[in-house]
Each structure stands twice: as structure tokens, then as C-alpha cells.
Design a protein around this ligand. Structure first.
Ligand SMILES: Cc1cc2nc3c(=O)[nH]c(=O)nc-3n(C[C@H](O)[C@H](O)[C@H](O)COP(=O)(O)OP(=O)(O)OC[C@H]3O[C@@H](n4cnc5c(N)ncnc54)[C@H](O)[C@@H]3O)c2cc1C
Length: 430
């Protein structure tokens, strides 16, 4: 009898730990074929000429894939790397290696699900099944106290019910070794230039240096617990202190799982009696936006019928926002930080988004696209969901959460190092 081979298609789950598709493939098959495709779709420019992926995120992705390959090799396996459309590459590899089935983690946003559908159709033509797994959320879809169609649109109700009636599953075991077929051509990691991008310049003022990959993600989690950022009161966080974990780039690419973070927080609290639980509330926001996408699909922004061409004035205002030249110190410093590092904190995101939509009256989708290019932690459900919230288009009936803070931008005194990048030198020097 011939051996069973399962192809594991890595996408936004670039890790060995707590990875159901990898462990299931090891259990069900004689041999496992791990594959990552750099899909040119994500490296093209939008109709507005904006790159879909900026160089900070692209470099982070390259580092993450390299780290995954290193970790797979340590388990006796290999990662096949290809540049191209997964709907063409995966069937080719499946035929070459006589694969019996393909596993992947299901996505929710429409570009990602569209790609999965294309792969599914292409595999179907060669009589292969694409098996979908649920693995990106903290709470497993099947453990929610309601079917997806009945998930409460209000975050407060969602939180109350989920925390009361659901449990977070334990992490899945990390494999100890992986049997992989002999691979003739594993493929090289592309360079940034091959992806059409320049090397980013690291700014010394960046909050932290984000290095992609599971190894760096697990160290970052440890570092976070050792820092004062981790300590919060029972009531949660406030904007005057930075309690943020800076884990989002790794969470977005799946270099670390939400469950891994959750159980590390629980363990840390039990061992130290120091409250870090506010982080769990933030993770729940991530789940909420993902489940909203799952529930509403393309109708997520149903009440947004504005598809108007921006006027010349709006176009000019958008440029001042992008370049951090609005004249409002906090907004400008935040945009300089975003442009120079690929990361700004949640409060800054709310402020610059609110300012663009409310004060400048610019279509929020232009902000969405700009964040997609720039953010090192870009994640479709979190980006679209938060922007829709700011624009007042979410489904949460209380979604005016951010409205009152926009006016604060003019009043906020900023001590940001990034302020000096737009102030004339003499003024900046005081
Ligand atoms: C307009 C706008 C766009 C955003 N776009 C993205 C995006 O593309 N990708 C992204 O990961 N986050 C996005 N966020 C959410 C949030 O700003 C970031 O997750 C957070 O700033 C990341 O920093 P951190 O890891 O230190 O967060 P922490 O405060 O330490 O929170 C821990 C984790 O919880 C999740 N989280 C926290 N706040 C939110 C939130 N409001 N919505 C969803 N998840 C949250 C993140 O995974 C984060 O890593 C956006 C927020 C706004 C207002």
C-alpha cells in the first residue's frame, strides 16, 4: 500500500506550537509536506497606486518564513518555498509529491477566502480535498455559546456571554519530529527586491525592533512579562501608561497563537499574583472583529454606500494626513511614527483614524488602504473592523466609542520623539 502524504499549506499560522493543521497532518499521514507561497497578489499596487504590503511588513514576513523553515528543519522536516499563485503552485506540488490531501487554516476576510476558494477549485480538478481548520481565534468557533449567525453585534454582550459560557481550549502539543518526503528543490526565500520592495531603514526611535518569526515571538512574550508594561490594574489599562504588549505583528502572522498568549497570561498571574489580565480583554477584541467578519461577510459594512470620488481638496488633505503635515502635533507625530516604523499604538490609531474621518471628512476606506500598506501587524478583520468602528459603520450599536477622543488631538501635548521630524529645527529645539 502506498504511503499517505498530506500537504500543509502555511499562511497566517507561521509556527510549530499550537498548530492543529501540522499536528493533525502528522497524526493522519505517513509523511507531511510543509509549503509556503509568496503570493504576488499581496505585493501588487492598488488602483490608487498604494502597495498592498509595505517594506516593514514584507521584511517581517520574510523573517517569519525563514524562522519557520529553521524550526521545521530542527524537527527533521523542510519548508518548500515558492513565489506564485497558490492555486497554481499547490496542485503542481500535490502532483509532484503524490499528495493525498491538503490542510490549511480557514480565513475570514474576502480576499483571503477568495484565494482559498481558487485553491479548492484547482485541487478539486485533480480530485484532491482542501481541508479547512479553525485556528486563528482565542475561542474556538464551536465552543461559542451561539451559532455564528447569532453572535451579538455589541462587543459588551459578546464579551459577557463568551466569558460566562465558553472556555479557551488548551494549546495543542508541539510536534517532536516530522516525517517529510525527500525534497528535490525546497526553493529559496525571495529577497525584498524580488518582491518589488526596498530594504526598510530602521529608525532608532521605534518602540521596539520587530523581528519576524515564532522564536522572536516567544521571546517577546517572555520579555513582556518581565517588563512593567505587563502590570495593569483590575480595571484594565489607561492611555497615559503604555501597557501594550507589542505582540500584534506576531499574532497577525500566526507566529504565536492567541491561546499561547492567553495561557501564558494565566500562568504568569497564578505564579506572580500580578494582574496582566487586561491583555486578555484586548485579545477578545481581536476575536470579536474576526467573528463579525465571519457573521456579516461582505455585508460587514452594509451601511456604507459612499463610493464618492474625492475632490482635489480632499486629495490634498489626505496627503497632509499621510505625511504628518496637518499641523496637529499628536496626529503628525503618530503618522511620522507609522511611516518610519510600521507601528503605532492603539490610541494613536484611534486618533489618526478619527481625525481623518471626522475632522477631514475623508473616505475611511482610504485610511484602511494606507494602514494596509504601512502596518507591520496588518490583519484584515482587525484593520477593517476598527476603521469601520471609527467611521461609525460597525454593527455594534454603541460604536461611537472613539468619537469623543478626536477633538482631544488638538489638546494633547505630545512628548513623542517623532514630533521633531516635522517641526522646523529651531522650534523643535525649544
Ligand atoms: C484604525 C485601527 C486599525 C487597526 N488595525 C489593526 C491591524 O491591522 N492589525 C492589528 O493587529 N490590530 C489593529 N488594530 C488594533 C490595535 O490597535 C492593535 O492590535 C494594537 O495596537 C497592537 O499593539 P499591541 O500588540 O501592543 O496590543 P495590546 O494592547 O498588547 O493587545 C494585545 C493584542 O490584542 C489584540 N488587540 C488589541 N486591541 C485590539 C483592537 N482594538 N482590535 C483588534 N485586536 C486588538 C491584538 O492582537 C494585540 O496584539 C487597529 C486599531 C485601529 C484603531
Amino acid at each position: 500500500m502506498s504511503e499517505k502524504i498530506i500537504l500543509v499549506w502555511f499562511r497566517n499560522d507561521l509556527r510549530i506550537h499550537d498548530n492543529e493543521i501540522l499536528l493533525e497532518a502528522i497524526r493522519k499521514a505517513d509523511k507531511v509536506l510543509p509549503v509556503y507561497c509568496f503570493d504576488p497578489y499581496y505585493f501588487q499596487k492598488t488602483a490608487d497606486g498604494i502597495p498592498k504590503t509595505g517594506n516593514f511588513r514584507a521584511r517581517f514576513l520574510l523573517e517569519s518564513v525563514a524562522d519557520l523553515r529553521k524550526n521545521l528543519r530542527a524537527l527533521g522536516s523542510e519548508l518548500i518555498i515558492r513565489i506564485g499563485n497558490p492555486a497554481e503552485i499547490l496542485p503542481q506540488l500535490a502532483e509532484e509529491y503524490q499528495v493525498n490531501e491538503v490542510y490549511h487554516h480557514r480565513e475570514v476576510a474576502y480576499e483571503e477566502t477568495d484565494i482559498s476558494e481558487q485553491v479548492e477549485t484547482a485541487l478539486w480538478k485533480i480530485r484532491l480535498n482542501l481541508k479547512h481548520f479553525i485556528g486563528h481565534t482565542l475561542y474556538h468557533k464551536e465552543d461559542l455559546p451561539f451559532p455564528i449567525k447569532d453572535i451579538p453585534d455589541s462587543f459588551a454582550t459578546f464579551k459577557k456571554k463568551v466569558e460566562r459560557d465558553s472556555n479557551v481550549r488548551p494549546c495543542i502539543d508541539t510536534p517532536e519530529n516530522i516525517n517529510t518526503p525527500e525534497i528535490a528543490d525546497a526553493g529559496e526565500l525571495p529577497t525584498l527586491q524580488q518582491l518589488g520592495l526596498d530594504e526598510p531603514v530602521d529608525d532608532p526611535r521605534a518602540a521596539i525592533k520587530f523581528t519576524g518569526g515564532e522564536t522572536a515571538a516567544l521571546s517577546r512574550l517572555q520579555e513582556y512579562f518581565e517588563s512593567s508594561n505587563a502590570v495593569t490594574t483590575g480595571k484594565g489599562r489607561n492611555v497615559s501608561a503604555d501597557h501594550s504588549s507589542k505582540l500584534s505583528p506576531w499574532i497577525s502572522l500566526g507566529c504565536i497563537s492567541m491561546r499561547q498568549v492567553y495561557w501564558a497570561v494565566i500562568k504568569h498571574e497564578q505564579e506572580t499574583h500580578i494582574h496582566t489580565g487586561a491583555l486578555l480583554l484586548e485579545l477578545l477584541w481581536r476575536d470579536y472583529f474576526r467573528f463579525m467578519f465571519k457573521k456579516h461577510g461582505k455585508k460587514f459594512f452594509a451601511n456604507d454606500d459612499a463610493e464618492t470620488e474625492p475632490s482635489a481638496r480632499q486629495h490634498a488633505l489626505f496627503e497632509t494626513w499621510k505625511n504628518g503635515e496637518t499641523g496637529i502635533p499628536f496626529i503628525d507625530a503618530s503618522m511620522h511614527e507609522l511611516n518610519a516604523t510600521g507601528y503605532i499604538g492603539n490610541f494613536s490609531r484611534q486618533m489618526v483614524a478619527g481625525y481623518l474621518v471626522r475632522d477631514l471628512g475623508i473616505d475611511w476606506k482610504k485610511g484602511v488602504a494606507y494602514f494596509e500598506e504601512k502596518l507591520i501587524d496588518y490583519s484584515p478583520a482587525s484593520n477593517w473592523g476598527n476603521w469601520a468602528f471609527v467611521a461609525g459603520l460597525g454593527h455594534d450599536p454603541r460604536d461611537n466609542r472613539y468619537f469623543n477622543i478626536t477633538k482631544q488631538a488638538t489638546e494633547l501635548e505630545t512628548k513623542s520623539d517623532f514630533i521633531s521630524t516635522w517641526l522646523p529645527e529651531t522650534v523643535a529645539a525649544g
